[in-house]
Design a protein around this ligand. Structure first.
Ligand SMILES: Nc1ncnc2c1ncn2[C@@H]1O[C@H](COP(=O)(O)OP(=O)(O)OP(=O)(O)O)[C@@H](O)[C@H]1O
Ligand SMILES: [Mg+2]
Length: 650
């Protein structure tokens, strides 16, 4: 499968792997932040390696003691540090001394290994937690455009999985490299002390081992990058299916979706096999090279021992063990190369988030107006999601402080986009937006957002209690405040009817609530903030006419106190507004209040006519009042712009 087929969404992240050197330097910088713990782990592991070598030496000593007892003509036993037991000691006493030393060494080694493991685990957790927090923090601050361009499953994978792989760079690469280097150095020094010629002969193949490790590192990098993308794709299929389970079942598409998931899984397995192939080929080749060293030792080493130039135990035996340890450590180089590749791939993906520019951010010296009135002025505002394709075109408008204004227009006209600019989720491509005479870009961003209560077009609730959902923006809110906000949002009645009332837990994404109920909780969540500006994006689309009427009364009460900007397609809602802005294909087509717009005989008039007409179709003949138009508007179930085109059901 081609990379393009793996991730068809625009994702600027992985077009070409970043230069490895740059990534390695940055990862080393990360390791440097944890240098104290890293050094402690290296030191402890190095100590364990040295104790291991001392263990070989003691075993060799035991062999030499035994050999001397069996064959008095054998070379004299070389006791360590020049210590030799008195002549009077029996063989058993000498061997027992060696055994006790070995046992002490083993206990010491065990204790240090345990200590090293604890410090290492602490280090790993510290890195993962800190890095994850940093990435998560950055994700919280990134602008919406970033999320538009990046697949959510890929982002989740980066926070959950890739951060672990980066941690591997510290403990699986940096620390391990240092431990390997120290152990190899100790081995080589030890071997050289025993016999220089034998050391050179046995290690002649080492350059080939290094070359092999570097080759493997090059080959596997691209493979790991591809494996990560396939992992993202699998998670995406999975999460889409879980979130869209209703659609899947409703369209009886389970079989197709199972196949899609199986295909994503199959591709991962196939790809991983590719990596295992390279690894499986590489490891035996490295194994053969180390075996050649052993053959050299058996030939040349035995010759030296027979000639009396190398003791059997503290010489040949120790040498064989050192060589074995040497091969062992070189074997780790494969794992290190492997870890380097996976952590480079992961770091590229994680650093991409950390480095992403904050398109929308507070200026260096932001303004924080204290008494916010809520007057918006838009001057020549245009906006493009995709360069060259304007969604809003040169919008000029003024929303007075304390006014209630309506925004309407066909689906896709740019209503939600306009609201996103008022809240500074995006910055205009050109033109400027002023709130209380101050350009939004000059505001302190969190301060600006605190002035605005927002009800989004798609109500998102957290899997938490109703009261915590309402108090989301004001965790300190009292129960009275929560209940008052719920009452204002016409949500009190249904909340009181629920089993746990305000303590009832809302399912994930609010799954156990109806669309209208979710909208009302979202409205209460905005109202509780008592913000100077309240923005509602089609916030009553899913409620019945009676509830809409109740919400309307709340909004009417806010008039004069707060600026209310509401997107709606219902004339019954819009007719209460002080001003209505009609958007058409990104242009501000009409402005005025209900009466003025009706006299214009434009888009708004057409919409009103259609809604009135549709109302006459749904009402029984004898209930029709004289003024059908007025009747239709007073009923929230009227038709909408989208219905005009048969697109959306309200
Ligand atoms: N994140 C995005 N990236 C690219 N284009 C987008 C994005 N969001 C919206 N658009 C496009 O911008 C245009 C305006 O979208 P917007 O959501 O503002 O419409 P709307 O008036 O709110 O429609 P509706 O009544 O259906 O909610 C549409 O053509 C839409 O396809
Ligand atoms: Mg919209």
């Amino acid at each position: 499968m081609s990379p393009a087929a793996v991730d068809s969404r625009p994702n600027t992240a992985h077009e070409a792997p970043a230069p490895a050197r740059h990534l390695v330097l940055r990862l080393l910088g990360l390791a440097w932040r944890y240098r104290k713990k890293c050094l402690a782990v290296v030191f402890l592991n190095g100590f364990v390696a040295i104790l291991g070598l001392v263990g070989f030496q003691l075993t060799g000593l035991g062999i030499d003691v035994l050999r001397k007892a069996v064959d008095p003509a054998a070379p004299a036993v070389r006791w360590p540090l020049g210590y030799a037991p008195p002549e009077s000691w029996s063989l058993v006493a000498e061997l027992s001394t060696v055994a006790v030393m070995m046992a002490l060494m083993a206990v010491l080694s065990l204790a240090i290994k345990y200590w090293a493991a604890i410090v290492s685990a602490q280090l790993s957790q510290q890195i993962v937690i800190q890095l994850r927090t940093e990435v998560y923090d950055k994700l919280q601050r990134l602008s919406f455009r970033y999320f538009d361009d990046h697949d959510s499953s890929s982002l989740i994978n980066r926070v959950a999985g890739d951060v672990q792989a980066i941690r591997q760079f510290v403990d699986g690469v940096v620390i391990k490299c240092l431990v390997v280097v120290i152990t190899l150095a100790v081995c080589i020094v030890y071997m050289l002390r025993l016999n220089v010629g034998l050391t050179i002969a046995c290690l002649a193949t080492t350059p080939l081992l290094w070359w092999g490790a570097i080759w493997f590192a090059r080959v596997s990098r691209e493979q790991y990058l591809q494996a990560s993308k396939l992992g993202d794709e699998m998670v995406r299929v999975l999460s889409e299916n879980v979130q869209g389970i209703q659609v899947v079942k409703g369209f009886a598409a389970e079989k197709g979706q199972i196949e899609r998931f199986a295909e994503a899984n199959r591709q991962i397995v196939e790809h991983k096999f590719g990596i295992f192939w390279s690894l499986s080929l590489y490891q035996p080749i490295m194994g053969i090279l180390t075996q050649i060293n052993m053959l050299v030792l058996i030939g040349y080493g035995s010759y030296l021992t027979i000639r009396g130039e190398l003791p059997l135990g503290t010489g040949l035996f120790v040498f064989a063990n050192l060589l074995h340890e040497f091969a062992n450590q070189v074997g780790h180089v494969t794992n290190i190369a492997n870890s380097i590749q996976s952590s480079l791939t992961a770091s590229e993906r994680v650093f991409e988030i950390l480095d992403a520019p904050l398109e929308v951010d507070s200026p260096a010296s932001p303004q924080q107006p204290v008494q916010v009135r809520g007057e918006y002025v838009l001057e020549q505002v245009s906006f493009e999601y995709v360069p060259g394709k304007p969604v809003l075109k040169e919008i000029n408008l003024r929303i007075g402080a304390g006014q209630m204004v309506g925004i309407t227009g066909e689906t896709g006209a740019g209503k939600t986009t306009l609201l996103a600019l008022l809240t500074r989720f995006h910055d205009p491509t050109s033109g400027r937006i002023l709130l209380d005479g101050v350009d939004l870009k000059a505001w302190d961003l969190p301060h600006l957002r605190r002035q605005i209560g927002m009800v989004f077009q798609e109500s998102f609730l957290f899997s938490n209690t109703v009261s915590n959902n309402i108090a989301f923006g004001k965790p300190t809110a009292t129960l009275d405040e929560i209940e008052f906000a719920a009452r204002q949002a016409a949500a009190e009645e249904f909340i009181s009817a629920m089993p746990g009332q305000y303590q009832n837990v809302v399912g994930e994404y609010g799954t156990n609530l109806s669309g209208g109920q979710k909208q009302r909780i979202s409205l209460a969540r905005a109202l509780i903030l008592r913000p100077p500006v309240l923005i509602l994006d089609d916030a009553t689309a899913a409620v019945d006419s009676e509830t809409e009427h109740a919400i309307q009364q709340t909004l009417d009460r806010l008039r004069g106190e707060r600026t209310v900007i509401l997107v709606s397609s219902r004339v019954s809602t819009l007719r209460h507004a002080d001003q209505i802005f009609v958007l058409n294909a990104g242009l501000l087509a009409e402005t005025g209040n209900h009466q003025q717009l009706m006299q214009m005989h434009g888009h708004y008039f057409q919409m009103a006519q259609l809604q009135a007409w549709e109302q006459t179709l749904t009402e029984p003949e004898d209930s029709l009042p004289e003024d059908r138009e007025a009747s239709a508007w007073s009923n929230g179930q009227g038709a909408t712009f989208p219905q005009m085109k048969g697109i959306r059901n309200v």
